[in-house]
Design a binder for this molecule. Structure first.
Ligand SMILES: NC(=O)c1ccc[n+]([C@@H]2O[C@H](COP(=O)([O-])OP(=O)(O)OC[C@H]3O[C@@H](n4cnc5c(N)ncnc54)[C@H](O)[C@@H]3O)[C@@H](O)[C@H]2O)c1
Length: 362
C-alpha cells in the first residue's frame, strides 16, 4: 500500500521509509526539508512541502492512493522548544491538525505517530510504564502530548485508528550504511561523542557528573533506529488487521550512562574522547528508562540491534563515510535548486524521487 511518511527525509523517518519499502509498501515522503535531506529519500516519491499548507497535503492525498500515515514531521529539540515554544506548538500540534483534517477528507484512518518519552517529564519511578502520569517539563513534550490527546478524540469521534510510539533515545545508523543521523546542530549524545572522538568538536560537554547514578552521569535508554523502524512496520500491520491502538513505549528497558557511551565510542574508534565537565542542565532527569512490556506483548516487537556496541559501530561507520559538512552544503544547494524548480512549475510541489535525485547530482 501507499503510506504517507511525513518527515521521511529526516533521521528516523528515512529509516522507516526504507523498512516500508522492504515490506513491499510505497513510502510517499512529505517533507519541507527544513531539517531533512534529499539524499535520504530513496524508496518512493517525495512531496516537498510544509504541513502548515493544506494545499500541499491535498496534493499528496490527491496524487497518491494513500491508505495509512506515519507521522514523523516535527521540531524535536528540547532546548530549542524552551526558547521558541510557539514554533513547537504551531509545527508539532497545529500542523498535525491539518494532517488529521486531510486524512479525514480522504477517508484515511490509520496513523502511527512519533511521540516521545519527554511527555513523562521527571518521573519518580523507573522503568517508566505507559501508565505513569504524563507531566512534560518542556514545550516539546507538551506539544507531543497535545497531539496524543487529539488522536484519542479523533478516535472517539471519527474512528481514527492510531498508535503513538513514545520513543526513548533514537541512535545508531542503518545496518547497511545507507542512512544515518545528520542534524545541524547535532544535539544528540552519541553522534556528539563520535564527533569528539574524531576531532569534529573539540570536547564532549558532560552535563552533570553528580547524579545519583552508578557513575554520577545521566542514564538514558538508547534504541537503534532500525529497531524503531521495525516497530512502525509492526504498528501499521497491527492497526491494519484491526488491532487496538493506543500508546506504547519504545525503548529497550536497559539504560546506559554518559560515561558508558563514551567508553563504547573509545572502544569502537580506538580514540580518546576529550571531555569537559559542566553542571547539570535544568530539566534533565537523572534516569529515563522504558518499561517495554506492552510493545513486546501487543506488537510482538523485539530489539535486535539495540546493544550499545552495535549502535556505536553503525553510527561511527556512518560518520566516517559521510562528512557532515559536505553533505549539509550539498543538501543546501539541492534544496535551492529544488525550490526554484517547484516555483517554476507553479502547481507542482510534488516531484518524483528520481527528479530529486537528478537535481541533487547537478
Ligand atoms: N531523535 C530522537 O531521539 C527522538 C526521540 C523521541 C521522539 N522523536 C520524534 O521522532 C520524529 C523524528 O525525529 P528525527 O530525529 O528523525 O527528527 P528530524 O529532524 O531528523 O526529522 C524530522 C523531519 O520532519 C521535517 N519537518 C519538520 N516540520 C515539518 C513540516 N511542518 N512539514 C514538513 N516536514 C517537516 C524535517 O524537515 C525533517 O526532515 C519527531 O517527531 C521527533 O519528535 C525523536
Amino acid at each position: 500500500m501507499h503510506v504517507l511518511v511525513t518527515g521521511g527525509a529526516g533521521y528516523i523517518g528515512s529509516h522507516a521509509a526504507k523498512r516500508l519499502a522492504q515490506a513491499g509498501h510505497v513510502p510517499v515522503v512529505l517533507d519541507n526539508l527544513v531539517r531533512g535531506h534529499l539524499q535520504a529519500v530513496r524508496w518512493g516519491p517525495l512531496v516537498v512541502g510544509d504541513l502548515a499548507d493544506p494545499t500541499v497535503l491535498e496534493q499528496a492525498f490527491h496524487s497518491y492512493p494513500i491508505e495509512a500515515v506515519l507521522h514523523f514531521a516535527a521540531l524535536a529539540y528540547v532546548g530549542e522548544s524552551m526558547s521558541a515554544p510557539a514554533d513547537y506548538f504551531r509545527n508539532n500540534t497545529t500542523n498535525t491538525l491539518n494532517l488529521l483534517d486531510a486524512m479525514r477528507n480522504h477517508r484515511v484512518n490509520v496513523l502511527v505517530f512519533s511521540s516521545t518519552c519527554a511527555v513523562y517529564g521527571n518521573p519518580l519511578r523507573q522503568p517508566i510504564t505507559e501508565d505513569t502520569p504524563a507531566a512534560p517539563v518542556n514545550p516539546y513534550g507538551e506539544s507531543k502530548l497535545m497531539v496524543e490527546r487529539m488522536l484519542h478524540w479523533h478516535g472517539e469521534a471519527y474512528g481514527l485508528k492510531w498508535v503513538a510510539l513514545r520513543y526513548f533515545n533514537a541512535a545508531g545508523a542503518d545496518i547497511e550504511g545507507e542512512l544515518g543521523e545528520l542534524h545541524d546542530p547535532e544535539p544528540h549524545l552519541i553522534p556528539r561523542v563520535i564527533g569528539a572522538a574524531h576531532g569534529a568538536i573539540p570536547a564532549l560537554e558532560v552535563f552533570g557528573s553528580d547524579y545519583d547514578t552508578p557513575d554520577g552521569t545521566a542514564v538514558r535508554d538508547y534504541i537503534h533506529v532500525t529497531d524503531l523502524a521495525e516497530a512502525h512496520a509492526l504498528a501499521l500491520d497491527h492497526l491494519w488487521k484491526g488491532g487496538a491502538g493506543g500508546i506504547f513505549n519504545l525503548g529497550t528497558g536497559r539504560g546506559h550512562s554518559v560515561r558508558e557511551v563514551v567508553q563504547a565510542v573509545e572502544a569502537v574508534t580506538g580514540r580518546r574522547v576529550p571531555l569537559r565537565e559542566s553542571g547539570r542542565r535544568p530539566g534533565d532527569p537523572p534516569v529515563l528508562v522504558a518499561a517495554t512490556g506492552r510493545v513486546r506483548t501487543v506488537l510482538g516487537w523485539q530489539p535486535r540491534h539495540s546493544t550499545l556496541p552495535t549502535i556505536v559501530e553503525t553510527a561511527n561507520k556512518w560518520h566516517l563515510a559521510n562528512s557532515a559538512a559536505s553533505i549539509m552544503t550539498l543538501n543546501a544547494a539541492s534544496i535551492v535548486a529544488l525550490r526554484a524548480a517547484s516555483t517554476a512549475a507553479a502547481d507542482a510541489a510534488s516531484i518524483a524521487a528520481e527528479d530529486a535525485a537528478s537535481i541533487t547530482q547537478r
